[in-house]
Write a protein of this length. Structure first.
Length: 241
């Protein structure tokens, strides 16, 4: 995992999302809906629902929006049916891209994603064409400017909590976990007094692709165009920042 720090990507993504709060809330509402539909509306017994509620609250999503999404999924309010899908392809300069969506209309979503790739110098590929370049991991970030953390003590706490690995930089501590143990690790570290700038189960690139400056601009336009789609939930790529 060493050398694959994704903190810069996270920061860039958050700065773009801050300008699109309404869309972000809609995306979280869909995630909450699916998690509640599959595992029930009680976050105490549904870890997937608890995780997405934590993410939504960290982005200041109102409780009313969260409750409404749960009620839709559990029969309290009539709602549409969403299904999950993943699209894979290559962006400008050969950057590997994975796009995760929640949609009530696969044809519409596929057309939007394909158009975004083709308009910005990319190519949408078959399922599996880039997914082997990514690994699903739990990912926790502690911002060193916001907490006074003893590195050796944190390492021991991560091991004790069941975390896999920790990376240190001047700005942050990055903690990696097995996806299945992510919630347990997060809760154990929270109980020890740590708070997180980012906490999510994500897809981490195992290799990175360096591209020319003009290709970086095209890649960012591709990401922005995909994020403008209400159906797109997450975008993962291996462009070297």
């Amino acid at each position: 995992m060493a050398g694959h720090s994704k903190w810069k990507n996270i920061q860039h993504r958050k700065s773009r999302q801050d300008a699109k709060k309404g869309k972000i809330f809609m995306k979280y509402a869909k995630e909450i809906y699916v998690a509640a539909k599959e595992g029930g509306g009680d976050p105490e017994t549904n870890s997937a629902l608890r995780l997405v509620i934590d993410k939504a609250k960290a982005n200041n999503m109102p409780n009313d929006n969260i409750d409404r999404a749960i009620k839709k999924a559990t029969g309290g309010i009539d709602g549409v049916e969403y299904e999950e899908a993943t699209y894979e392809g290559y962006g400008p300069g050969g950057v590997a891209v994975m796009v995760q969506v929640l949609t009530d209309n696969r044809n519409r979503t596929a057309s939007e994603v394909r158009h975004a790739f083709s308009k910005n110098g990319g190519n949408l590929g078959e399922n599996g064409c880039v997914s082997f370049l990514f690994e699903r991991k739990g990912y926790l970030v502690i911002d060193r400017s916001e907490q006074d953390v003893d590195e050796e003590e944190l390492m021991l706490d991560v091991i004790e909590s069941g975390g896999d690995e920790i990376e240190t930089s001047d700005e942050v501590f990055e903690i990696y976990t097995d996806p299945e143990s992510f919630t347990d690790v997060k809760e154990a570290l929270t109980e020890k007094g740590y708070s997180f700038a980012t906490a999510e189960v994500t897809m981490l690139p195992q290799t990175s692709t360096k591209v020319a400056e003009d290709q970086v601009e095209k890649m960012n336009k591709l990401i922005d165009m995909l994020e403008d789609s209400d159906d797109v939930q997450d975008i993962y790529h291996n462009m070297e920042e």
